[in-house]
Design a binder for this molecule. Structure first.
Ligand SMILES: *[C@@H]1O[C@H](CO)[C@@H](O)[C@H](O)[C@H]1NC(C)=O
Ligand SMILES: *[C@@H]1O[C@H](CO)[C@@H](O)[C@H](O)[C@H]1NC(C)=O
Ligand SMILES: *[C@@H]1O[C@H](CO)[C@@H](O)[C@H](O)[C@H]1NC(C)=O
Length: 438
Protein backbone atom coordinates (compact mmCIF):
# COMPACT_ATOMS: atom_id res chain seq x y z
CA UNK A 1 0.00 0.00 0.00
CA UNK A 2 1.41 3.37 -0.81
CA UNK A 3 -0.59 6.19 0.67
CA UNK A 4 1.48 9.27 1.16
CA UNK A 5 0.15 11.41 3.93
CA UNK A 6 1.90 14.28 5.60
CA UNK A 7 3.34 13.17 8.88
CA UNK A 8 3.83 15.63 11.67
CA UNK A 9 6.27 14.55 14.31
CA UNK A 10 5.91 16.39 17.56
CA UNK A 11 9.30 16.72 19.10
CA UNK A 12 9.72 16.16 22.78
CA UNK A 13 10.44 19.36 24.61
CA UNK A 14 12.05 17.62 27.52
CA UNK A 15 15.70 18.42 27.98
CA UNK A 16 16.72 17.10 31.38
CA UNK A 17 19.60 14.68 31.32
CA UNK A 18 18.81 12.73 34.42
CA UNK A 19 15.36 11.45 34.95
CA UNK A 20 13.71 9.26 37.45
CA UNK A 21 10.02 8.81 37.61
CA UNK A 22 7.82 7.82 40.47
CA UNK A 23 4.23 7.28 39.70
CA UNK A 24 2.09 8.65 42.46
CA UNK A 25 -1.35 8.52 41.04
CA UNK A 26 -3.52 5.52 40.54
CA UNK A 27 -4.59 4.72 37.03
CA UNK A 28 -8.01 3.26 36.70
CA UNK A 29 -8.04 0.98 33.69
CA UNK A 30 -11.49 0.91 32.13
CA UNK A 31 -11.42 -2.73 31.05
CA UNK A 32 -14.73 -3.64 32.60
CA UNK A 33 -16.51 -1.01 30.55
CA UNK A 34 -14.90 -2.38 27.43
CA UNK A 35 -16.14 -5.87 28.14
CA UNK A 36 -19.68 -4.71 28.77
CA UNK A 37 -19.70 -2.82 25.50
CA UNK A 38 -18.73 -5.93 23.57
CA UNK A 39 -20.33 -5.67 20.21
CA UNK A 40 -23.44 -7.45 19.18
CA UNK A 41 -22.48 -7.46 15.51
CA UNK A 42 -19.13 -8.31 14.09
CA UNK A 43 -17.85 -10.33 11.20
CA UNK A 44 -18.13 -14.05 11.78
CA UNK A 45 -16.38 -15.91 9.00
CA UNK A 46 -14.66 -18.09 11.57
CA UNK A 47 -11.29 -16.47 10.81
CA UNK A 48 -8.79 -14.25 12.63
CA UNK A 49 -10.04 -15.25 16.07
CA UNK A 50 -6.62 -14.02 17.14
CA UNK A 51 -4.72 -11.35 15.19
CA UNK A 52 -3.40 -12.74 11.88
CA UNK A 53 0.33 -13.51 11.74
CA UNK A 54 2.43 -13.77 8.64
CA UNK A 55 4.63 -12.04 6.10
CA UNK A 56 3.69 -9.18 3.77
CA UNK A 57 5.87 -7.81 0.99
CA UNK A 58 5.06 -4.11 0.91
CA UNK A 59 7.19 -2.23 3.42
CA UNK A 60 10.43 -4.01 2.54
CA UNK A 61 10.03 -4.88 -1.15
CA UNK A 62 7.60 -2.15 -2.29
CA UNK A 63 6.81 -2.06 -6.00
CA UNK A 64 10.11 -3.39 -7.30
CA UNK A 65 9.14 -4.86 -10.66
CA UNK A 66 12.63 -4.92 -12.14
CA UNK A 67 13.36 -8.63 -12.30
CA UNK A 68 15.98 -8.07 -14.98
CA UNK A 69 18.35 -6.02 -12.86
CA UNK A 70 17.20 -7.11 -9.42
CA UNK A 71 15.90 -10.67 -9.80
CA UNK A 72 16.23 -11.56 -6.12
CA UNK A 73 14.23 -8.63 -4.78
CA UNK A 74 11.54 -7.96 -7.37
CA UNK A 75 7.87 -8.76 -6.73
CA UNK A 76 7.74 -12.21 -8.26
CA UNK A 77 6.63 -15.75 -7.51
CA UNK A 78 10.24 -16.55 -6.67
CA UNK A 79 10.30 -13.99 -3.85
CA UNK A 80 7.13 -15.39 -2.27
CA UNK A 81 8.32 -18.98 -2.66
CA UNK A 82 11.62 -18.10 -1.03
CA UNK A 83 9.92 -16.41 1.90
CA UNK A 84 7.54 -19.35 2.24
CA UNK A 85 10.50 -21.72 2.47
CA UNK A 86 12.21 -19.56 5.10
CA UNK A 87 9.06 -19.11 7.19
CA UNK A 88 8.98 -22.88 7.48
CA UNK A 89 12.70 -23.65 7.69
CA UNK A 90 13.68 -20.92 10.14
CA UNK A 91 11.05 -21.55 12.79
CA UNK A 92 8.62 -18.71 12.04
CA UNK A 93 5.81 -21.09 11.14
CA UNK A 94 6.06 -22.98 14.41
CA UNK A 95 6.07 -19.63 16.23
CA UNK A 96 2.67 -18.90 14.63
CA UNK A 97 3.35 -17.00 11.39
CA UNK A 98 1.10 -18.54 8.75
CA UNK A 99 0.03 -16.10 6.01
CA UNK A 100 2.26 -15.32 3.03
CA UNK A 101 0.75 -12.16 1.61
CA UNK A 102 1.33 -10.44 -1.70
CA UNK A 103 0.89 -6.66 -1.73
CA UNK A 104 0.62 -4.31 -4.70
CA UNK A 105 2.31 -4.76 -8.10
CA UNK A 106 1.58 -8.41 -8.81
CA UNK A 107 -0.75 -7.67 -11.73
CA UNK A 108 -0.50 -7.00 -15.43
CA UNK A 109 -1.46 -3.39 -16.19
CA UNK A 110 -4.63 -4.55 -17.91
CA UNK A 111 -7.22 -7.24 -17.37
CA UNK A 112 -7.55 -10.09 -19.83
CA UNK A 113 -10.02 -9.92 -22.73
CA UNK A 114 -12.45 -11.89 -20.57
CA UNK A 115 -12.16 -9.21 -17.86
CA UNK A 116 -10.17 -11.44 -15.53
CA UNK A 117 -7.30 -10.25 -13.40
CA UNK A 118 -3.96 -11.38 -14.78
CA UNK A 119 -0.78 -11.79 -12.78
CA UNK A 120 2.29 -10.29 -14.45
CA UNK A 121 3.27 -13.11 -16.78
CA UNK A 122 7.01 -12.52 -16.52
CA UNK A 123 7.22 -12.21 -12.78
CA UNK A 124 4.56 -14.85 -12.02
CA UNK A 125 5.10 -17.22 -14.97
CA UNK A 126 3.19 -20.07 -13.32
CA UNK A 127 0.24 -17.92 -12.31
CA UNK A 128 -1.36 -17.21 -8.97
CA UNK A 129 -2.98 -20.59 -8.48
CA UNK A 130 0.40 -22.31 -8.70
CA UNK A 131 1.85 -19.93 -6.10
CA UNK A 132 -1.17 -20.49 -3.87
CA UNK A 133 -0.69 -24.25 -4.20
CA UNK A 134 3.00 -23.93 -3.41
CA UNK A 135 2.29 -21.99 -0.23
CA UNK A 136 -0.45 -24.41 0.84
CA UNK A 137 1.76 -27.39 0.16
CA UNK A 138 4.17 -25.99 2.75
CA UNK A 139 1.37 -25.84 5.32
CA UNK A 140 0.91 -22.07 5.09
CA UNK A 141 -1.87 -19.76 3.90
CA UNK A 142 -1.98 -17.38 0.98
CA UNK A 143 -2.96 -13.71 0.90
CA UNK A 144 -3.48 -11.38 -2.04
CA UNK A 145 -3.89 -7.63 -2.57
CA UNK A 146 -6.41 -5.59 -4.49
CA UNK A 147 -7.99 -2.15 -4.32
CA UNK A 148 -11.52 -0.89 -4.03
CA UNK A 149 -11.08 1.66 -6.80
CA UNK A 150 -10.31 2.11 -10.45
CA UNK A 151 -6.66 1.28 -9.81
CA UNK A 152 -4.43 -0.08 -7.09
CA UNK A 153 -2.21 2.51 -5.43
CA UNK A 154 0.58 1.65 -7.88
CA UNK A 155 -1.73 1.92 -10.89
CA UNK A 156 -2.74 -1.67 -11.61
CA UNK A 157 -6.39 -2.61 -12.25
CA UNK A 158 -8.71 -2.17 -9.26
CA UNK A 159 -11.86 -4.16 -8.57
CA UNK A 160 -14.51 -1.52 -9.29
CA UNK A 161 -16.91 -2.87 -11.86
CA UNK A 162 -15.54 -6.39 -11.43
CA UNK A 163 -16.27 -7.01 -7.75
CA UNK A 164 -18.14 -10.26 -8.24
CA UNK A 165 -15.72 -11.70 -10.81
CA UNK A 166 -12.75 -10.84 -8.61
CA UNK A 167 -14.23 -12.27 -5.42
CA UNK A 168 -14.88 -15.56 -7.21
CA UNK A 169 -11.46 -15.45 -8.86
CA UNK A 170 -9.86 -15.20 -5.42
CA UNK A 171 -11.92 -18.14 -4.20
CA UNK A 172 -10.88 -20.15 -7.26
CA UNK A 173 -7.24 -19.37 -6.52
CA UNK A 174 -7.79 -20.65 -2.98
CA UNK A 175 -6.92 -17.27 -1.47
CA UNK A 176 -7.09 -17.20 2.35
CA UNK A 177 -6.65 -13.48 2.95
CA UNK A 178 -7.57 -10.41 0.90
CA UNK A 179 -6.14 -6.97 1.58
CA UNK A 180 -8.33 -4.39 -0.13
CA UNK A 181 -6.71 -0.99 -0.45
CA UNK A 182 -8.54 2.27 -1.16
CA UNK A 183 -6.59 4.32 -3.70
CA UNK A 184 -8.50 5.79 -6.67
CA UNK A 185 -11.85 5.44 -4.96
CA UNK A 186 -14.15 7.82 -3.16
CA UNK A 187 -14.06 7.64 0.66
CA UNK A 188 -17.76 8.48 1.02
CA UNK A 189 -18.58 5.45 -1.15
CA UNK A 190 -16.54 3.07 0.97
CA UNK A 191 -19.33 2.16 3.41
CA UNK A 192 -21.16 0.71 0.45
CA UNK A 193 -18.17 -0.58 -1.48
CA UNK A 194 -16.27 -2.37 1.26
CA UNK A 195 -19.42 -3.94 2.68
CA UNK A 196 -20.50 -5.08 -0.79
CA UNK A 197 -17.16 -6.75 -1.45
CA UNK A 198 -17.27 -8.37 2.00
CA UNK A 199 -20.65 -9.88 1.15
CA UNK A 200 -19.30 -11.07 -2.19
CA UNK A 201 -16.33 -12.74 -0.53
CA UNK A 202 -18.75 -14.47 1.80
CA UNK A 203 -20.95 -15.54 -1.11
CA UNK A 204 -18.08 -17.47 -2.70
CA UNK A 205 -18.24 -20.00 0.13
CA UNK A 206 -14.48 -19.79 0.60
CA UNK A 207 -13.69 -18.13 3.91
CA UNK A 208 -11.10 -15.36 3.42
CA UNK A 209 -9.67 -12.97 5.97
CA UNK A 210 -10.78 -9.51 4.84
CA UNK A 211 -8.34 -6.67 5.48
CA UNK A 212 -9.84 -3.24 4.85
CA UNK A 213 -8.31 0.21 4.39
CA UNK A 214 -11.73 1.82 4.67
CA UNK A 215 -11.29 3.79 7.94
CA UNK A 216 -7.94 5.35 7.10
CA UNK A 217 -9.13 6.82 3.80
CA UNK A 218 -12.27 8.14 5.44
CA UNK A 219 -10.36 9.66 8.35
CA UNK A 220 -8.05 11.49 5.96
CA UNK A 221 -11.06 12.69 4.00
CA UNK A 222 -12.57 14.11 7.21
CA UNK A 223 -15.24 11.43 7.49
CA UNK A 224 -15.79 9.77 10.86
CA UNK A 225 -15.76 6.03 10.05
CA UNK A 226 -18.73 3.96 11.14
CA UNK A 227 -16.73 1.40 13.10
CA UNK A 228 -19.73 -0.75 13.87
CA UNK A 229 -20.10 -1.22 10.12
CA UNK A 230 -16.35 -1.71 9.64
CA UNK A 231 -16.18 -4.54 12.14
CA UNK A 232 -19.32 -6.12 10.73
CA UNK A 233 -17.54 -6.63 7.42
CA UNK A 234 -13.79 -6.64 8.03
CA UNK A 235 -11.45 -8.89 10.01
CA UNK A 236 -8.90 -6.10 10.26
CA UNK A 237 -8.57 -2.54 9.12
CA UNK A 238 -6.10 0.29 8.89
CA UNK A 239 -6.69 3.54 10.79
CA UNK A 240 -3.52 5.47 10.12
CA UNK A 241 -0.47 6.07 7.90
CA UNK A 242 1.55 3.39 6.16
CA UNK A 243 4.52 2.38 8.22
CA UNK A 244 7.91 3.41 6.84
CA UNK A 245 11.36 2.14 7.72
CA UNK A 246 12.11 4.52 10.57
CA UNK A 247 11.71 4.95 14.31
CA UNK A 248 9.89 8.23 13.62
CA UNK A 249 7.26 6.30 11.71
CA UNK A 250 6.88 3.74 14.50
CA UNK A 251 6.62 6.54 17.08
CA UNK A 252 3.94 8.31 15.05
CA UNK A 253 1.88 5.14 14.96
CA UNK A 254 2.36 4.54 18.69
CA UNK A 255 1.21 8.12 19.35
CA UNK A 256 -1.79 7.77 17.08
CA UNK A 257 -2.94 4.59 18.79
CA UNK A 258 -2.37 6.08 22.24
CA UNK A 259 -3.99 9.44 21.51
CA UNK A 260 -7.04 7.89 19.84
CA UNK A 261 -7.41 4.79 21.99
CA UNK A 262 -10.84 5.65 23.37
CA UNK A 263 -12.22 5.62 19.85
CA UNK A 264 -10.12 2.79 18.45
CA UNK A 265 -9.44 0.19 21.12
CA UNK A 266 -13.04 -0.87 21.87
CA UNK A 267 -13.52 -1.97 18.25
CA UNK A 268 -10.98 -4.76 18.53
CA UNK A 269 -11.85 -8.31 19.51
CA UNK A 270 -11.73 -11.88 18.24
CA UNK A 271 -12.39 -11.77 14.50
CA UNK A 272 -11.98 -8.00 14.14
CA UNK A 273 -8.76 -6.07 14.72
CA UNK A 274 -7.19 -2.67 14.34
CA UNK A 275 -4.15 -2.89 12.08
CA UNK A 276 -1.31 -0.46 12.90
CA UNK A 277 0.52 -1.87 9.85
CA UNK A 278 3.52 -4.13 9.33
CA UNK A 279 6.42 -5.07 11.57
CA UNK A 280 9.59 -3.48 10.20
CA UNK A 281 11.83 -5.36 12.63
CA UNK A 282 15.07 -6.54 11.02
CA UNK A 283 15.19 -3.88 8.30
CA UNK A 284 17.36 -0.76 8.12
CA UNK A 285 15.51 1.81 10.20
CA UNK A 286 15.18 0.42 13.73
CA UNK A 287 17.84 -0.21 16.32
CA UNK A 288 17.65 -3.36 18.43
CA UNK A 289 15.96 -1.43 21.27
CA UNK A 290 13.47 0.16 18.89
CA UNK A 291 12.66 -3.19 17.30
CA UNK A 292 11.89 -4.63 20.74
CA UNK A 293 9.65 -1.64 21.39
CA UNK A 294 7.71 -2.11 18.16
CA UNK A 295 7.11 -5.78 18.94
CA UNK A 296 6.05 -5.05 22.53
CA UNK A 297 3.59 -2.30 21.61
CA UNK A 298 2.14 -4.22 18.65
CA UNK A 299 1.45 -7.15 20.97
CA UNK A 300 -0.15 -4.83 23.55
CA UNK A 301 -2.34 -3.49 20.73
CA UNK A 302 -3.42 -7.02 19.72
CA UNK A 303 -2.13 -6.05 16.29
CA UNK A 304 -1.79 -8.34 13.30
CA UNK A 305 1.85 -9.46 13.24
CA UNK A 306 2.81 -9.15 9.59
CA UNK A 307 6.56 -9.12 9.13
CA UNK A 308 7.89 -7.17 6.17
CA UNK A 309 11.53 -8.09 6.19
CA UNK A 310 14.04 -9.99 4.09
CA UNK A 311 14.17 -13.34 5.88
CA UNK A 312 17.28 -14.31 3.89
CA UNK A 313 19.44 -11.72 5.60
CA UNK A 314 17.73 -10.89 8.90
CA UNK A 315 20.19 -10.77 11.80
CA UNK A 316 19.72 -13.30 14.60
CA UNK A 317 18.85 -10.79 17.30
CA UNK A 318 15.94 -9.45 15.24
CA UNK A 319 14.77 -12.95 14.43
CA UNK A 320 14.73 -13.69 18.15
CA UNK A 321 12.47 -10.70 18.74
CA UNK A 322 10.05 -11.85 16.04
CA UNK A 323 10.01 -15.35 17.51
CA UNK A 324 9.65 -14.35 21.15
CA UNK A 325 6.94 -16.84 22.14
CA UNK A 326 5.98 -15.09 25.34
CA UNK A 327 5.30 -11.81 23.58
CA UNK A 328 3.56 -13.55 20.69
CA UNK A 329 1.30 -15.14 23.32
CA UNK A 330 0.41 -11.66 24.61
CA UNK A 331 -0.57 -10.59 21.10
CA UNK A 332 -2.47 -13.83 20.51
CA UNK A 333 -4.22 -13.91 23.86
CA UNK A 334 -7.65 -15.47 23.19
CA UNK A 335 -9.54 -12.75 25.08
CA UNK A 336 -8.51 -10.40 22.26
CA UNK A 337 -8.60 -7.21 24.30
CA UNK A 338 -6.62 -4.35 22.77
CA UNK A 339 -4.36 -2.77 25.38
CA UNK A 340 -3.97 0.89 26.18
CA UNK A 341 -1.50 3.54 27.14
CA UNK A 342 -2.16 4.12 30.83
CA UNK A 343 0.61 6.60 31.57
CA UNK A 344 2.49 9.24 29.57
CA UNK A 345 4.72 11.85 31.09
CA UNK A 346 8.03 13.37 30.09
CA UNK A 347 8.81 10.74 27.50
CA UNK A 348 7.95 7.78 29.69
CA UNK A 349 4.94 5.69 28.76
CA UNK A 350 3.30 2.65 30.28
CA UNK A 351 1.07 0.44 28.16
CA UNK A 352 -1.10 -2.32 29.57
CA UNK A 353 -3.11 -5.18 28.12
CA UNK A 354 -5.49 -7.44 30.07
CA UNK A 355 -4.87 -11.08 29.21
CA UNK A 356 -5.77 -14.50 30.54
CA UNK A 357 -5.87 -16.24 32.88
CA UNK A 358 -8.69 -14.56 34.75
CA UNK A 359 -9.55 -15.28 38.33
CA UNK A 360 -12.75 -13.92 39.92
CA UNK A 361 -12.95 -11.31 37.17
CA UNK A 362 -9.40 -10.17 37.84
CA UNK A 363 -7.29 -10.19 34.71
CA UNK A 364 -3.67 -10.99 34.25
CA UNK A 365 -1.74 -8.23 32.47
CA UNK A 366 1.05 -7.58 30.03
CA UNK A 367 2.75 -4.28 30.82
CA UNK A 368 5.19 -2.44 28.55
CA UNK A 369 7.30 0.39 29.94
CA UNK A 370 8.70 2.46 27.11
CA UNK A 371 11.23 5.26 27.13
CA UNK A 372 10.73 7.78 24.35
CA UNK A 373 13.51 10.00 25.67
CA UNK A 374 16.72 10.46 23.79
CA UNK A 375 19.02 11.41 26.64
CA UNK A 376 21.47 8.58 26.40
CA UNK A 377 21.06 6.80 29.67
CA UNK A 378 18.38 4.40 30.86
CA UNK A 379 15.48 5.85 32.83
CA UNK A 380 14.28 4.27 36.05
CA UNK A 381 10.58 3.79 36.49
CA UNK A 382 9.30 2.71 39.84
CA UNK A 383 5.72 1.88 40.47
CA UNK A 384 3.60 -0.39 42.66
CA UNK A 385 1.52 -3.13 41.06
CA UNK A 386 -1.55 -1.38 42.47
CA UNK A 387 -0.71 1.75 40.51
CA UNK A 388 -0.67 -0.36 37.36
CA UNK A 389 -4.15 -1.65 38.13
CA UNK A 390 -2.94 -5.02 39.43
CA UNK A 391 -4.97 -5.03 42.60
CA UNK A 392 -5.83 -8.63 43.32
CA UNK A 393 -5.22 -9.65 46.93
CA UNK A 394 -3.56 -12.97 46.03
CA UNK A 395 -0.98 -11.25 43.91
CA UNK A 396 0.58 -11.82 40.50
CA UNK A 397 3.42 -13.93 39.29
CA UNK A 398 5.60 -11.37 37.51
CA UNK A 399 8.08 -12.19 34.77
CA UNK A 400 10.11 -10.21 32.28
CA UNK A 401 9.15 -11.26 28.75
CA UNK A 402 12.39 -10.25 27.04
CA UNK A 403 14.93 -11.10 29.73
CA UNK A 404 13.42 -14.35 30.97
CA UNK A 405 13.56 -13.22 34.59
CA UNK A 406 10.92 -14.56 36.94
CA UNK A 407 10.25 -12.23 39.87
CA UNK A 408 7.97 -14.67 41.66
CA UNK A 409 4.66 -13.65 43.21
CA UNK A 410 4.31 -9.94 43.96
CA UNK A 411 1.45 -8.13 45.68
CA UNK A 412 -0.46 -4.93 44.95
CA UNK A 413 1.67 -2.89 47.32
CA UNK A 414 4.94 -4.28 46.01
CA UNK A 415 6.98 -1.59 44.32
CA UNK A 416 8.80 -2.65 41.19
CA UNK A 417 11.58 -0.71 39.54
CA UNK A 418 12.56 -1.11 35.91
CA UNK A 419 15.39 0.46 33.95
CA UNK A 420 14.35 1.31 30.42
CA UNK A 421 16.90 2.09 27.72
CA UNK A 422 16.42 5.12 25.47
CA UNK A 423 13.86 4.22 22.77
CA UNK A 424 13.64 0.82 24.42
CA UNK A 425 11.18 -1.18 26.43
CA UNK A 426 10.83 -3.41 29.45
CA UNK A 427 7.96 -5.81 29.12
CA UNK A 428 6.46 -7.67 32.05
CA UNK A 429 3.63 -10.09 32.50
CA UNK A 430 1.71 -10.34 35.75
CA UNK A 431 -0.28 -13.54 36.03
CA UNK A 432 -3.08 -13.36 38.58
CA UNK A 433 -2.71 -15.98 41.32
CA UNK A 434 -5.21 -18.42 42.71
CA UNK A 435 -5.35 -18.85 46.50
CA UNK A 436 -3.75 -22.31 46.38
CA UNK A 437 -0.78 -20.90 44.48
CA UNK A 438 0.14 -18.48 47.26
C1 LIG B 1 -13.45 5.56 -11.91
O1 LIG B 1 -13.64 5.48 -13.29
C2 LIG B 1 -14.92 5.86 -13.73
C3 LIG B 1 -15.05 5.56 -15.21
O2 LIG B 1 -13.98 6.15 -15.91
C4 LIG B 1 -15.14 7.33 -13.40
O3 LIG B 1 -16.44 7.73 -13.78
C5 LIG B 1 -14.96 7.52 -11.90
O4 LIG B 1 -15.06 8.90 -11.60
C6 LIG B 1 -13.61 6.99 -11.43
N1 LIG B 1 -13.56 7.05 -9.99
C7 LIG B 1 -12.60 7.67 -9.33
C8 LIG B 1 -12.69 7.70 -7.84
O5 LIG B 1 -11.65 8.22 -9.89
C1 LIG C 1 -20.70 -16.11 5.57
O1 LIG C 1 -21.40 -15.42 6.58
C2 LIG C 1 -22.10 -16.29 7.49
C3 LIG C 1 -22.93 -15.41 8.40
O2 LIG C 1 -22.11 -14.51 9.09
C4 LIG C 1 -21.11 -17.13 8.22
O3 LIG C 1 -21.77 -18.02 9.10
C5 LIG C 1 -20.30 -17.93 7.22
O4 LIG C 1 -19.29 -18.65 7.90
C6 LIG C 1 -19.66 -17.01 6.19
N1 LIG C 1 -19.03 -17.80 5.16
C7 LIG C 1 -17.84 -17.48 4.62
C8 LIG C 1 -17.37 -18.38 3.55
O5 LIG C 1 -17.21 -16.48 4.93
C1 LIG D 1 -23.34 2.27 11.08
O1 LIG D 1 -23.36 0.92 10.69
C2 LIG D 1 -24.37 0.17 11.32
C3 LIG D 1 -24.13 -1.29 11.00
O2 LIG D 1 -23.95 -1.48 9.63
C4 LIG D 1 -25.73 0.69 10.86
O3 LIG D 1 -26.76 -0.06 11.49
C5 LIG D 1 -25.83 2.15 11.26
O4 LIG D 1 -27.03 2.69 10.74
C6 LIG D 1 -24.66 2.94 10.72
N1 LIG D 1 -24.68 4.27 11.28
C7 LIG D 1 -24.61 5.36 10.55
C8 LIG D 1 -24.58 6.65 11.28
O5 LIG D 1 -24.55 5.31 9.34
Amino acid sequence: MSLHFLVVYVKSLITENIFSLRILSMFAAPWIIILLSTTCYSLDNGLAKTPPMGWLSWERFRCNTDCVNDPDNCISEKLFQTMTDLIVADGYATAGYEYINIDDCWLEKHRGHDGKLLADHQRFPNGIKALSDYIHSRGLKFGIYEDYGNFTCAGYPGIIGYEQEDAFQFAEWNVDYVKLDGCYSLPHEMDLGYSKFGKLLNSTGKAMVYSCSWPVYQIYAGIQPNFSAVKTYCNLWRNYDDIQDSWTSVENIIDYYGNNQDLIAPNAGPGHWNDPDMLIIGNFGLSYEQAKTQFAIWSILAAPLLMSVDLRTIRPQFKRILQNRKIIAVDQDPLGIQGRRIYKHKGIEIWSKPIGPLFNNFYSYAIAFINRRSDGTPSDISVTLKELGLIHFYGYRVEDLYENVDYGVLYPNTKIKVKVNPSGVVMLKGEVQLPNEM
